[in-house]
Design a protein around this ligand. Structure first.
Ligand code: HEM
Length: 354
């Protein structure tokens, strides 16, 4: 009987250890991961991002969004960067990404620069994460030590991209669910939505709010009426799909103004305004805190970006270090990579400022 108990206890221990093991392995990212193999990686990435952003300040926002769209689909594994091939159905044509993702060519330029200094060492997933932190700093936001050591996926998943990426018309409970699926809580939702402190959106994501909210034939009542008129000028009903600034006050800066905009009904997307205008919501006091103290927002943004960057990472022997970010390695030898341009649609018109 005693030995039976011992056996059961031992079996339980094995089950517990095996159950915990994959989690602890996943958590093996380390800011000094490339200390010996690519010590200059941060400054190499920074140089490319800084140069691009001098001509195109919006690119900082686009790179952070790319990282977000990577992490929410089978983890931060650079799956979003994979192009269509015979075996890959690219995520770039998923609804939230199509004609909307930017920065794919910039990531390729970073990869080229990094490969020159340390060939075959740095993953595309880590490049996306580093580029996000650097974009935060160059946009006036916080800096942090970026946990590194991610590896790149061998697959992409367009269906999962359509399923997991939240939509601009989501109400608060759907937003919370989309984040909870990724292990992110309500504070993460509010802090990370703060990335909409800069960058642009296409008019077609807000037309319903401006002209026919939820089939009422009227605008969204949670939209400030002066702001509504300004937005209607940029986005005429049935007009071209122009770009509009997320933050009408400081359009290219990471700051707390995103949250003060929400307090005066100047959130651009429904999903933004939901955080403040949903009656009785637990997100309201968080918006108020972030709006009144930028340091509190920055600390939360940093913590949530790190948390998002840890989602579903591949480490150790999983995945691979891609040679070219748009292809898995065995495919990349089959195509003439020099002739492949990213499937990016960055040739958009100038944004109209308000
Ligand atoms: C909470 C749910 C979210 C929704 C519904 C959402 C939706 C959107 C939409 C519709 C756009 C405009 C795309 C276009 O017009 O081409 C956009 C842009 C953007 N999003 Fe989000 N987003 C969300 C969360 C996030 C998060 C978590 C981040 C990053 C941490 C982020 C960063 C950005 C940035 C920086 C832009 C501007 C990109 C640019 O100018 O190229 N978003 N988002």
């Amino acid at each position: 009987m005693k030995s039976f108990h011992l056996t059961v206890t031992a079996l339980c221990c094995v089950v517990v250890v095996l159950g915990v093991l994959p989690l602890s392995l996943d958590a093996q990212l380390d800011p000094s991961f490339y200390r010996d193999t690519c010590p200059r990686v941060h400054s190499i990435v920074r140089e490319v991002v800084r140069n691009v952003s001098k001509k195109d300040p919006r690119m900082l926002a686009s790179l952070i969004r790319l990282h977000f769209h990577d992490c929410f689909v089978q983890g931060c594994d650079a799956s979003v960067l994979l192009n269509n091939t015979a075996t890959i159905e690219s995520e770039q044509q998923a609804l939230p990404n199509n004609n909307s993702l930017r920065g794919l060519d910039v990531v390729n330029d970073i990869k080229t620069a990094v490969e020159k200094a340390c060939p075959g060492v740095v993953s595309c997933a880590d490049i996306l994460t580093l580029a996000s932190e650097i974009s935060s700093v160059l946009g006036g936001g916080p800096d942090w030590k970026v946990p590194l050591g991610r590896r790149d996926s061998l697959t992409a998943n367009r269906n999962l991209a359509n399923q997991n990426l939240p939509a601009p018309f989501f109400n608060l409970s759907r937003l919370k669910s989309a984040f909870a699926v990724q292990g992110l809580d309500t504070t993460d939702l509010v802090a990370l939505s703060g990335a909409h402190t800069f960058g642009r959106a296409h008019c077609n994501f807000i037309l319903d709010r401006l002209y026919n909210f939820s089939g009422t034939g009227k605008p969204d009542p949670t939209l400030d009426t002066t702001y509504l008129q300004q937005l209607r000028q940029i986005c005429p009903n049935g007009g071209p799909n122009n770009l509009v600034n997320f933050d009408p006050v400081t359009p290219d800066k990471i700051d707390r103004v995103y949250f003060s905009n929400l307090q005066v009904k100047k959130g651009l997307l429904q999903s933004d305004q939901e955080l403040f205008s949903t009656p009785g919501a637990d997100t309201i006091p968080i918006v108020n805190r972030f709006s009144s103290d930028q340091k509190v927002f920055f600390d939360a943004f940093e913590a949530s970006m790190i948390k998002m960057g840890n989602i579903g990472v591949l480490t150790g022997k999983k995945g691979e270090i891609r040679k070219h970010c748009n292809f898995v390695n065995k495919k990349s030898v089959e195509v003439d990579i020099a002739s492949v341009a990213s499937e990016e649609s960055s040739t958009e018109g100038m944004v109209t400022s308000i």
